[in-house]
Design a protein around this ligand. Structure first.
Ligand SMILES: *Cc1c(COP(=O)(O)O)cnc(C)c1O
Length: 394
């Protein structure tokens, strides 16, 4: 490998850039996970994650990628053949749906257009029609990472309540937690699924379930086979700050540090920072004369922006040019969006100047790739950020 001077810009929407403080925290001798010192670490991680989920309920941490926590949410609460209502918002919703099918569930998929979030009215109508309550869970992706669309979870909760339906609500927050405001308790979510490598600023390898009392009660009678993912032993050990099997000790050192950083900045400020960078990015995209994939302003993602390239342009070619010339990685178009969009990740350990550097790389790369754009996107983003800082001054 040839040395590339300066930092690589890892602007995919996860894994995200890991800050030095977290890297240094991970670089520490692995300790005995059954020893007396471990409990402090375990308890700090679990308590911190409850704050991030905005919950007083239960949290478990798995040494697994986000996909593991997806599986855990389903196998702990459901039985073979159970009907599950899912919503086709994009590639990640499609993968969770596939996982449900492979587990022997009967997932129903409300069709979507890969540009908008789940429509609460459609969910309500489907649940009202289910008078015998055969649907056991509603599963939605909070931030659809393939499209840059954020679901209105509070409205979906209201839709379930309006239909007076007892289904569990399960939400994938793998690319939104600690970047976009999310409230497990206030929004009445039963299982929240999360991962380490996006908003939490950690390397891949940890994932999480936040669990309501209702979901815990469902787990007592759920019949899907489970062992590694079983909540009961995880929760029993977690009470004392331990795990039933070997946890990812060094990643937990990193998690403790990442949580400290999030609380030092303050979650409200963290969310506002992500909102600001997302708005600046959308202004850049429009100034270039390009289109943001998300169509509903109420659902614009603050974690990433998917940019539609003009007809006849291959988005992956643009990404290649940008990587080659500027040592920056952008997200590829997934599934049916392959070649049609590239995705700019603006989440995690990220500030105004990292954003401007990122957008400058995109603007130069688009021009180098011969895409017909107006070279005014970076300026539009700078104008917006300057104004935001002027407002803070006064
Ligand atoms: C990244 C992601 C996943 C998959 O997580 P892995 O850690 O790759 O298993 C699932 N859902 C969403 C919304 C994601 O962004």
């Amino acid at each position: 490998m040839v040395y590339h001077a300066g930092r690589h810009f890892l602007q995919i929407p996860g894994p995200t850039n890991v800050p030095d403080r977290v890297l240094r925290a991970i670089d520490f001798p692995t300790m005995d996970h059954r020893g007396p010192e471990f409990a402090d670490l375990g308890k700090a991680c679990l308590a911190g994650m409850k704050k991030v989920f905005q919950t007083k309920a239960h949290v478990v941490i798995y040494p697994a990628s986000g996909t593991g926590a997806w599986e855990a949410a389903l196998v702990n609460t459901l039985s073979p053949g159970d009907a599950v209502l899912m919503y086709e918002t994009g590639q990640f919703a499609t993968l969770w749906h596939k996982l449900a099918r492979r587990l022997g569930l009967a997932p129903e998929f409300i069709a979507g257009d890969w540009r908008t979030g789940p429509d609460p009215a459609k969910i309500e109508a489907r649940l009202r029609a289910d008078t015998s309550h055969t649907i056991k869970a509603v599963c939605v992706v909070h931030n659809e990472t393939s499209t840059g669309v954020t679901a209105r979870i509070a409205d979906i909760r209201q839709a379930i309540d309006a239909a007076k339906h007892p289904a569990l609500l399960m939400v994938d927050t793998i690319s939104s937690l600690a970047s976009i405001d999310y409230r497990h308790d206030a929004w009445g979510v039963d299982v929240t699924v999360a991962g380490s490598q996006k908003g939490l600023m950690l390397p891949p390898g940890l994932s999480f379930n936040a669990i309501s009392d209702k979901a815990l009660a469902a787990s007592k009678t759920a019949q899907l086979p489970r062992s590694y993912w079983a909540w009961d032993e995880m929760l029993a050990s977690g009470e004392r700050g331990y795990f039933p099997y070997t946890p990812a000790t060094n990643l937990l050192y990193g998690l403790r540090e990442a949580l400290a950083m999030l609380f030092e900045e303050g979650l409200t400020q963290v969310f506002a920072r992500h909102d600001r960078h997302a708005e600046a990015t959308r202004r850049a995209v429009r100034a270039w004369g390009l289109e943001v994939l998300a169509t509903n302003p109420q659902e614009f993602s603050s974690a990433l922006t998917a940019v539609v390239v003009p007809e006849g342009v291959n988005a992956d070619r643009v990404r290649e040019v940008i990587l080659q010339h500027f040592n920056m990685s952008l997200g590829t178009g997934l599934g049916q969006l392959a070649g049609k969009v590239f995705r700019i990740g603006h989440l995690g350990d990220f500030n105004d100047l990292t954003l401007i550097g990122t957008l400058a790389g995109v603007e130069m790369g688009l021009r180098l790739a011969g895409v017909n754009i107006k070279p005014t996107g970076v300026q539009a983003a700078m104008d917006y950020l300057t104004k935001a800082h002027q407002e803070k001054q006064t």
